[in-house]
Design a protein around this ligand. Structure first.
Ligand code: PMP
Length: 405
């Protein structure tokens, strides 16, 4: 049984508009998803009635804001099933979350001669921070490859994880190939060798139920704007046993206990990692997005998104000269492709003329481009508010553009 998409789309008024004289078809959800009214209204209401800087305040508005911010943390704790709220750190997004771990965990636990393992399908956000800390510490970055089908080679993982490996950082869902990685298996394999694991959940959190205790991951990073929430807010979940032993990342107000010119002592987690005024309006909006998701049947939405992907894949495969990159058996709603003889940028621009929003370029995943020996790709990515009719229009548009060339 499919959800009532017509009804759900009413929550996303942005979708109901024309672009270049055509009804908008938004297929760029892996870059950022749209926000429902429930999120927009909650943030507006908060700004209209409540705003005051959080923590250590005596006045009404500041206390109300603190309460709402900490309540949002509680919502995230429940969503992730973290064992305590202190393990939920608000950041600007996945990029900052991963930088926090690379910097602070790296500072404490990575030394010369050590190794860090990432996969070949990572977004740059889960490569570059590790590269920087490895260079600084004299450690080596090792890479777990994927097959042409877009599947990680787990047999190779066994070889890669050694006593030198200090951390494994891997994505739950690839933003280019759409591959859903078997993170539970990967975590178990790493833990058998006492290696902690960071999961990049940027593309996973909106589509799957997450239970960090069941997964037993050491860190999990997510971005609000990819899960129907606002931009500029994200989360790092980390196990207390690591966070307590990691030095601060950013420093300044909030993250301190006591400051003298001679010495500073630091606050407890999560505040130790939340220097300065946080984006509390964003945190409140993100909590509203999660409540929105909680009010849906996630498993039905997941099935529906899967059907959309299957339909789009079937259609695109009918187009001569079209190559799909990544055809893992376990895939989420992302299709990256090229059409022979058409530059991806031209395709993206022409699709835009027809009201269809896709992404083109290197998709923040240069190693994936290198794997397939291409400079750029076109990516269509789906959310539960997309429809089969939109996929048909997209398919027909591709056929039309192909004939034009
Ligand atoms: N990892 C993955 C898999 C992503 O898709 C993205 C965003 N495209 C990021 C990390 C970075 O997320 P953000 O820009 O929200 O920090």
């Amino acid at each position: 049984m499919f959800p009532d998409i017509t009804k759900l789309r009413k929550d996303f008024p942005i979708l109901d508009q024309s672009v270049n004289g055509k009804p908008l078809i938004y297929l760029d959800n892996a870059a950022t998803s749209q926000r429902p009214l429930q999120v927009i209204d909650r943030m507006n209401e908060f700004s209209l009635k409540i705003n005051g800087n959080i923590h250590r305040a005596t006045h009404f508005l500041a206390n109300k804001t603190t309460e709402a911010f900490e309540c949002a943390r509680g919502t995230l704790r429940t969503f992730l099933n973290a064992s305590e709220s202190s393990e939920v750190i608000f950041t600007h997004g996945t990029t900052e979350s991963i930088n926090l771990v690379a910097h602070s965990f790296g500072e404490a636990f990575i030394n010369a001669g050590d190794e860090v393992v990432v996969s070949e399908m990572e977004h740059h956000a889960n490569i570059v921070p590790w590269q920087i800390i490895c260079n600084r510490k004299g450690a080596t970055l090792k890479v777990l490859r994927f097959t042409d089908q877009g599947v990680l080679d787990l047999a190779e993982l066994d070889q890669l994880l050694t006593h030198k490996t200090k951390i494994l950082a891997v994505t739950q869902v690839s933003n280019t190939l759409g591959t859903v990685n078997p993170i539970q298996k990967i975590i178990t394999k790493a833990h058998e060798k006492n290696i902690p694991v960071l999961i990049d959940g940027a593309q996973g959190a909106a589509h799957f139920r997450i239970d960090v205790q069941e997964l037993d991951c050491d860190f999990y990073a997510l971005s609000g704007h990819k899960m129907y929430g606002p931009t500029g807010i994200g989360v790092l979940y980390g196990k207390r046993k690591w966070l307590d032993r990691m030095p601060p990342f950013l420093s300044g107000g909030e993250m301190i206990d006591r400051v003298t010119f001679g010495n500073t002592t630091f606050n407890e987690i999560p505040y130790k990692f939340e220097a300065g005024t946080p984006h509390y309006t964003g945190a409140i909006g993100l909590a509203a997005a999660i409540e929105y998701l909680n009010n849906q049947d996630i498993s039905i939405l997941e099935k529906y998104e899967h059907e959309l992907l299957a339909e789009a894949t079937m259609r695109l495969k009918q187009i001569d000269g079209l190559t799909i990159y990544g055809e893992a058996p376990e895939k989420s709603g992302v299709i990256s492709f090229n059409i022979e003889g058409i530059h991806p940028f031209d395709l993206g621009t022409l699709l835009d003329q027809l009201g269809i929003a896709v992404r083109t370029g290197r998709l923040c995943a240069d190693p994936v481009m290198d794997h397939y020996g291409v400079e750029n790709m076109v990516r269509a990515s789906f959310a539960f508010y997309n429809t089969f009719k939109e996929i048909e229009t997209f398919y027909k548009a591709l056929i039309r553009l192909k004939t034009m060339f």
